[in-house]
Design a protein around this ligand. Structure first.
Ligand SMILES: [Zn+2]
Length: 241
């Protein structure tokens, strides 16, 4: 396992940013109205899980995130400044979700309950992660992107026809969901590997999400300007857009 690049960035962040320490750079403009005055507006504490040397770590003291607010009265939008490595979905670190989902989907002996302790989360979280991954993207659309960067790499046979988790699913709907999750992760892995320049991020899911969001420390789910409108709706739904 490689060391997640987020770990050193995380340590630098907590050393420098927080109440009584320092603030991140003030945004140059509002994410919604593009007004040029943005005020700092308090802190928000979140609890996150990071993957360090293959092991999930959950800092007990949490992570302070700076809140900011648009100075324009007619706008008044407030949002949270996140470091680029912190993905905003329910305090989820996508590389942890990716690893947990893969274990659940591909290990014939795995159950939600058996997978959860290894990732320091509840079984419900593993269950949610699998559903979340399934809704992230359309495997066919991802394979089409593989085909664009590596024309001979994208054939549907690359996607698993069956996964152990499908045999354990209790409803046809869940069978469809776990298969879709496995297809999304497989297609993302192909897309990650097909890049002409190997991505520095070893997590295919996180690499994909960061690329999709193109967020740069500023994130507001209500602001969809950074999104390609052709992106399938489930991705937006999963992110609360
Ligand atoms: Zn504004």
């Amino acid at each position: 396992m490689s060391i997640a690049p987020t770990w050193s960035e995380f340590k630098t962040y907590v050393a420098e940013i927080g109440p009584g320490r320092g603030r991140p750079a003030r945004p140059g403009q509002c994410v919604c109205c593009e007004g040029a005055r943005v005020w700092f507006n308090g802190w928000r504490l979140v609890w996150i899980t990071l993957r360090v040397e293959g092991q999930p770590q959950r800092p007990a003291e949490g992570l302070p995130l700076q809140r900011v607010r648009c100075a324009r009265r007619t706008c008044g939008r407030s949002w949270t400044l996140r470091p680029p490595w912190l993905y905003p979905h329910r305090s989820l670190e996508p590389d942890v979700a990716e690893a947990a989902a893969l274990v659940y989907l591909l290990d014939p002996a795995a159950t939600y309950v058996s997978v959860a302790p290894a990732f320091q989360c509840s079984w419900v979280t593993v269950w949610r992660w699998v559903g979340w991954v399934a809704a992230l993207a359309t495997p066919g659309a991802l394979l089409a992107r593989v085909a664009r960067v590596a024309p001979r790499g994208a054939v549907p046979a690359l996607l698993p026809r069956a996964v152990p988790a499908a045999a354990r699913a209790r409803s046809p709907e869940r069978v469809r969901r776990v298969l879709q999750a496995a297809h999304v992760l497989a297609a993302l892995t192909h897309l990650h590997r097909a890049q002409p320049e190997p991505p520095p991020d070893p997590s295919a899911l996180r690499w994909f999400l960061v690329g999709e969001c193109r967020f740069s420390g500023v994130w507001d789910p209500a602001c969809s300007k950074a999104w390609d409108p052709r992106e399938p709706l489930p991705l937006r739904d999963a992110l609360g857009l």
